[in-house]
Design a protein around this ligand. Sequence first.
Ligand SMILES: C[S@@+](CC[C@H](N)C(=O)[O-])C[C@H]1O[C@@H](n2cnc3c(N)ncnc32)[C@H](O)[C@@H]1O
Length: 221
Amino acid sequence: MPTPLPETAVPHTRGRTLDHAAAVYDILAPVMTLGQEGRYRALAIRLLNLRGSECVLDVGCGTGILTRQLAERLSGADACAVGLDAAPKMIKVAQRHARGLPHLRFDVGVAETLTYGDASFDCAVSTFFFHHIDADLKRRSLEELRRVLKPGGKLIIVDVDVPSNWFGRLCAWSGYWLFKQEEIRENICGELRRALADTPFREVTRVAHYSGYVTVFQVVK
Ligand SMILES: C[S@@+](CC[C@H](N)C(=O)[O-])C[C@H]1O[C@@H](n2cnc3c(N)ncnc32)[C@H](O)[C@@H]1O
């Protein structure tokens, strides 16, 4: 299993971390995603198409529900699902949920400076993380994800994107006004798409689009 640096060495991040919301995140998240989060997770898992022996990284894992679901699909001796989040309190909740499940680990860390070795993961996933980091960090995090992925490794990203209809515009801009979060506006204005296009991945495909503002990207190194 790829090992991280000790928690004391985790650098500060400009990303919007959610320590303050860790205790209530699992109650609030379904409201924020209009009850669709289970659907997004199911699609991400289907697209990753795990055979059971992989090492998979969940970046900005929050309370780690998806990371746990990934670990449940692993069986190989060296298989691992690693959830990484910059908020130590989120990681504490995730570890509580983990209940000793094998092949599962949670690390405190920042996506823009991953402490794992080159090509140490078969695949990676990120749900609703990229609207928590600014344009520069989006690019640095994508570079880092590309570095830690094996050649041909797949990355699935589910996030706020350019709205495609009036309902999507309403939801996405409401999120921006509610949280006063510039990083959401950047995603609405296409910054995540541009950052993906600028990172030398072999392939970037938009495979699904939900509620007029959430896009699922499939990316191959
Ligand atoms: C909206 S939550 C998404 C959690 C989970 N993936 C989900 O879909 O429910 C975004 C998470 O990103 C984390 N985060 C913010 N900046 C980060 C960074 N630079 N590196 C890693 N995680 C970060 C926050 O602490 C938060 O837990």
